[in-house]
Design a protein around this ligand. Structure first.
Ligand code: ADP
Length: 269
């Protein structure tokens, strides 16, 4: 127990992923209250010499809100066009806030073919390392405007775990609209119990996940557990915590047990 707390406290390279539901209101507009606090916390960690990567969802949701669409359209060209509109708006806000705190924002848009190809993967790693050397906070998203089924990660939970492995991160934090992993979906089951700590990914843990009911976010706990599996295999601790209060990131790094902590042990069934 003490070991994982020390490991998390000493984490030097940290990937933080925020979900659409955390950074946007229900109507898709950006939740400035949360985003402002998130950027302040990440800037402070950077000031402490930690290397930080922010993986952010929300581009399509923000694009929908800019065009005043009440729901996400179904067609691929429409979704990709909305991602193009939303991504630049999202980056504008992140970059503005990071600048205010004296930080240097950078944008890395990835598709799966980059990771699958050795040469391109090496290029991506070298770019991340150089951005860290420059003291920048890279903001990562799937390159939604060009991604098709064959080259997409599919969800940003998996993407953030793949990025964590790529840059040999010491910790992955997934911020969501929920306190952590429960034994059943608390939205439908008021008696659901939070699971504070998970050792390895067992079939019982898998059973706890159900699909999401949220109209802009994708993924739910299924993709968060897929991310946990990747981290587990690569010895990277992962935490799911509520992003409504970005200070949860500080609490985690100060060694408090917040949300659900996944302790990697390489075992799964
Ligand atoms: P995000 O946009 O942050 O990635 P998602 O909506 O994709 O968030 O996933 C979080 C949602 O997963 C919760 O709001 C909840 O409705 C759903 N969920 C399903 N099963 C569980 C579970 N066992 N524990 C917690 N949340 C669950």
């Amino acid at each position: 127990m003490g070991d994982i707390v020390e490991e998390i406290k000493n984490a030097k390279t940290i990937v933080v992923k925020v979900g659409t539901s955390t950074i946007t209101h229900n109507n898709g507009t950006i939740n400035l209250y949360v985003v402002e606090r998130l950027i302040r916390v990440l800037s402070d960690l950077r000031n402490e010499d930690k290397d930080i990567v922010l993986v952010t969802s929300g581009a399509i949701g923000v694009g929908c809100s800019r065009l005043k669409l009440s729901k996400k359209p179904d067609s691929l060209p429409e979704k990709q066009a909305l991602a193009a509109i939303g991504q630049i708006n999202l980056m504008h806000i992140y970059s503005k806030l990071l600048n205010e705190y004296g930080q240097i924002a950078s944008q890395v848009l990835l598709t799966k073919d980059v990771i699958d190809d050795e040469q391109r993967r090496t290029n991506a790693v070298n770019t991340f390392n150089t951005l860290f050397r420059y003291g920048s906070i890279p903001i990562v998203n799937e390159n939604d405007t060009v991604a098709t089924e064959e080259i997409e990660f599919g969800d940003n939970d998996t993407l953030s775990a793949i990025v964590a492995v790529l840059i040999k991160a010491d910790l992955l934090i997934l911020l969501s609209d929920i306190d952590g992993l429960y034994d059943k979906n608390p939205k439908y089951h008021p008696d659901a119990q939070l699971i504070p700590i998970v050792h390895g990914i067992t079939s019982q843990i898998e059973q706890y996940s159900q699909n999401t009911d949220n109209s802009f976010g994708t993924g739910g706990m299924i993709t968060k557990l897929a991310a946990a599996r990747i981290c587990n295999r690569h010895g990277i601790p992962m935490v799911i915590a509520n992003g409504d209060n970005p200070y949860n990131i500080c609490r985690i790094i100060n060694g408090e047990l917040v949300g659900t902590v996944f302790v990697p042990n390489g075992k799964e069934d």
